[in-house]
Design a protein. Structure first.
Length: 358
């Protein structure tokens, strides 16, 4: 018997999304971003399904080591770089590339004694102002990296966009212009485009694209859907009804009793809550898919369950499936109802939710 709640992961959808992104960026290699447990889809599940990607982007060294232990031999890139000098021999031993974005990392490289040089991607701050070397710092830092024997040559180059998910915002084009101005005559590979830039700013695709959320069939742009770009949702979050109750007009339900029924109805209790990662702040009316129709969340989401208004004529029964998001109910739409982004919903699922590769 399948566990509840569970996240059903479609390997076919992941593969189809990679194929679609290659069609959208035919001149670029694909650095598939699988950080945060493969955006909640299971790190090794995703990496093995996307084995034809040209490389994988990760946030933490521990994630990279999990991939190596799981038999993944592809290029790996630490998008936040290394945090300690003691990490450097591990990068060498496991052939892991690293972003370098801060002078302290250069100091650690200069002080290290390594079996072979590390492959480095120098991050340029073209306007995100979070990580990376400023345009004023660029030339001196680049020369310092060139002079460091622990750094493999050529040095690769990257930046990150602040507003690529705002298709009308000119900031992305300006960031791309600054990057080109700094790097046009330099050797090495270049990467600028995340999911949003890959979809909306094709001129920024360069040598490598770095899709994250789009690989999972989700649009990075609020108000948009992945399916509008030929992408397929890879996750379906499902649970089941554990109770169906007659409910009288005027009666409340849940903690705080702040919701009261306006008319007689039937309520369904779904076995999922904030202990599973479903947001406690999901407001009344947030949709759930039950037996071919949308029904609204009512009352406060609890740790282990939530309630939905099934309607007075409902014939739903205990054991029926409830879909919190998936093909019939895009996660982008659920996120809009809750007032968050789809990224947060798929990545915040807790270990109580079984992740099942279908």
């Amino acid at each position: 018997m399948k566990p509840f709640p569970r996240a059903e992961i479609s390997g076919d959808a992941l593969k189809a999304n990679l194929k679609r992104l290659r069609q959208l960026a035919p001149q670029s290699k694909v650095m598939a971003v699988v950080k945060a447990n493969g955006y909640g889809h299971g790190l090794l599940n995703v990496a093995h399904c996307l084995a034809t990607a040209d490389g994988f982007g990760l946030a933490r060294l521990e994630e990279a080591l999990e991939l190596r232990a799981g038999g993944v031999s592809s290029k790996l890139l630490l998008l936040e770089g290394f945090f300690r000098q003691s990490d450097l021999p591990t990068l060498v031993a496991h052939d892991i590339d690293t972003v370098v974005h801060h002078e302290s990392q250069i100091e650690m490289l200069e002080a290290a004694s390594l079996a072979k040089p590390v492959t480095v991607w120098m991050k340029i701050d073209t306007g995100m102002h979070r990580l990376g070397f400023t345009l004023d710092q660029f030339e001196a830092i680049y020369q310092r990296l060139l002079a460091c024997p622990q750094v493999a040559k050529p040095i690769h180059l990257m930046t990150h966009f602040a507003c690529a998910d705002e298709p009308e915002n000119p900031a992305t084009a300006e960031q791309a212009r600054r990057f080109e101005q700094m790097t046009a005559k330099l050797p090495g590979d270049r990467t600028l485009a995340n999911s949003a830039a890959t979809l909306y700013w094709p001129a920024t695709q360069a040598d490598w694209i770095r899709p994250g959320i789009a690989l999972y069939g989700v649009s990075p742009v609020v108000g948009d859907l992945g399916r509008n770009h030929g992408l397929e949702p890879a996750m379906e979050l499902v649970s089941q009804l554990i109770a169906v109750r007659d409910h009288k007009a005027g009666d409340p339900v849940g903690y705080g009793s702040y919701w009261q029924a306006k008319q007689d109805t039937k309520l369904g209790v779904v076995a999922i809550g904030y202990g599973d990662g479903y947001p406690r702040n999901a407001p009344e009316g947030t949709p759930v898919w039950v037996n071919g129709r949308l029904v609204p969340v009512v009352g406060r989401v609890s740790m282990d369950m939530l309630t939905v208004d099934l309607g007075i004529d409902a014939t739903d029964k205990v054991g029926d499936t409830a879909v919190l998001w998936g093909k019939a109910l895009p996660v982008e739409e659920v996120a809009e109802h809750i007032g968050t982004i789809a990224y947060e919903l798929v990545t915040k699922l807790t270990p109580r939710v079984a992740v099942c590769l279908e």
